[in-house]
Design a protein around this ligand. Structure first.
Ligand SMILES: Nc1ncnc2c1ncn2[C@@H]1O[C@H](COP(=O)(O)OP(=O)(O)OP(=O)(O)O)[C@@H](O)[C@H]1O
Ligand SMILES: [Mg+2]
Length: 445
């Protein structure tokens, strides 16, 4: 019987299609050690690149194995003693916990049982078998990254982070140890950070690109079929499956540069806030999402996009989500598209809150006619996104009127700003825009 070392060598030389069979014939102990030996399973693109890079940027399609690669890189660095103080950052606290730590490809799952790290959720901390520790951060809370120093970092789904400041803070704190490094695992979007990293010319960034299909052998058929059904042959599929960076679309009403230019980290006091809803007609796997967008207008009649709480769910679920947003943001009213049955929508919302003011709006004009005045407000630099809203912004910047049907988040956003600033403009005179340089306005250089 081969010892463990020669076993690894033997297995490493087998083609992947024979590996599983051979492993099936091993003793349980040997099977366990082979199962957790990443060097046997990883594909070349999942192998840590050579060189003196500081950031390993993995831009790959859904299900490529991005999270697994990030977690295995952390394991490799911890086990070799290179990393002792690690930062784990995901788009939200739930993403870090559910995907990076406890997920099927997360840090707990990839370690063999006898070395499994200790996770203390209340302290947002993981302690590894050799004493190294990792702290969990949410990109929603960039301030928590201000201060702590790390020798290794893992940023999952960077292109979906709401506040780019989280990345800047993470990089500022990545400064201890002999060779502080970060791995970024993300489906790409043309955000300023991703573009900046891709343009780095000094070899500080090692880039790996890959598609969903490269990991087909390890993906459930249902997942793969769902991805194909939803995305194959579509423009968004080039991003979600093939990890292409999609630039601006000719004919689209919104431009990324404009949204980035007017992005801010906070809103001033607002004189009116609305929760706009574009309800899905049906509720099943194939149905559309219900767009739920929260926006406000300030004294100077500038518009502020505060949140996107769009979901795919039952009427009761979206009604609860909308009323919850109404309460959280202390909104003045709910604005809902009523073409699919106004009485039903009013009833649903009334069931959750008997008193919230509801305004039903009817899509009598065409979608382009409705969307254009709102897009024009963006062109005038009068609308500001408070943080990033990646999926919504994808929809804005890729929708071409008259060619494709308008997506749900976009519709809800158009209802919100139509109510606040287009219809509302007939009520309130527009005064000169405030000087944004005097507020918390930032730009990513
Ligand atoms: N080389 C590999 N060998 C075996 N299994 C793999 C390999 N790479 C990834 N996997 C498995 O494939 C599945 C998908 O991987 P993972 O969750 O890392 O993908 P992802 O790109 O992060 O997906 P998503 O886009 O959904 O975030 C997981 O079960 C993971 O453990
Ligand atoms: Mg992932």
């Amino acid at each position: 019987m081969p010892d463990e070392l020669s076993l690894a060598g033997l297995l490493a030389n087998l083609p992947p299609d024979q590996l599983a069979d051979v492993i099936g014939s091993l003793t349980p102990t040997q099977q366990l050690s082979a199962l957790y030996d990443w060097s046997l399973w990883r594909r070349p693109k999942q192998t840590t690149p050579e060189g003196q890079w500081r950031i390993w940027l993995i831009l790959a399609g859904r299900g490529f194995g991005k999270t697994r690669t990030g977690a295995e890189f952390i394991r490799e660095q911890v086990d070799s003693g290179n990393a002792k103080h690690i930062a784990l950052v995901g788009a939200t606290a739930a993403d870090v916990r559910d995907t990076m730590v406890e997920g099927e490809s997360g840090l707990l799952a990839i370690y063999p049982p006898d070395q499994r790290p200790r996770y203390e959720p209340s302290k947002r901390r993981i302690t590894f078998h050799n004493g190294a520790t990792a702290s969990a951060y949410s990109a929603d809370e960039p301030d928590r990254l201000r201060g702590p120093n790390h020798d290794l970092a893992w940023a999952d789904e960077l292109a979906a982070w709401r506040y780019p400041d989280a990345w800047d803070q993470l990089m500022l704190g990545l400064r201890i140890g002999d060779h502080p490094r970060a791995v970024v695992t993300t489906t790409p979007r043309p955000t300023p950070i991703i573009q900046r990293l891709m343009k780095a010319t000094d070899r500080s960034v090692a880039i790996t690109r890959g598609s969903t299909y490269e990991n087909s052998a390890n993906l459930a058929n249902d997942f793969l079929n769902e991805m194909k059904r939803r995305y194959e042959g579509t423009r968004l599929g080039r991003q979600e499956l093939h990890a292409e960076i999609l630039e601006d679309v000719e004919g689209a009403l919104w431009q990324r540069d404009n949204i980035d230019l007017n992005r801010v980290t906070g809103a001033p006091p607002l004189k009116r806030i609305v929760v706009a809803i574009d309800p899905a007609v049906t509720n099943n796997e194939d149905s559309n999402e219900t767009g739920i967008v929260i926006a406000g207008i300030c004294q100077n009649n500038q518009g502020w996009l505060l949140d996107d709480r769009t979901l795919r769910g039952s009427p009761s679920e979206w009604a609860h989500a909308a009323i919850s947003a109404y309460n959280t943001f202390k909104a003045d009213s709910l604005v809902a598209e009523a073409n699919q049955g106004g009485d039903m929508i009013r009833h649903l919302l009334r069931t959750v809150d008997a008193h919230a003011p509801i305004k039903l709006v009817h899509a009598s004009r065409g979608k382009r006619t409705r969307a254009e005045p709102v897009a024009a407000l963006y062109e005038q630099n009068r609308i500001h996104h408070v943080g990033s809203f990646p999926v919504l912004e994808d929809q804005l910047c890729s929708w071409i009127p008259d060619i494709s049907s308008s997506p749900d988040r976009l519709d809800a956003l158009v209802w919100a700003f139509t109510d606040l600033m287009v219809d509302g403009a007939r009520r309130a005179p527009v005064v000169a825009p405030i000087s944004l340089t005097q507020t918390s306005h930032w730009r990513v250089s």
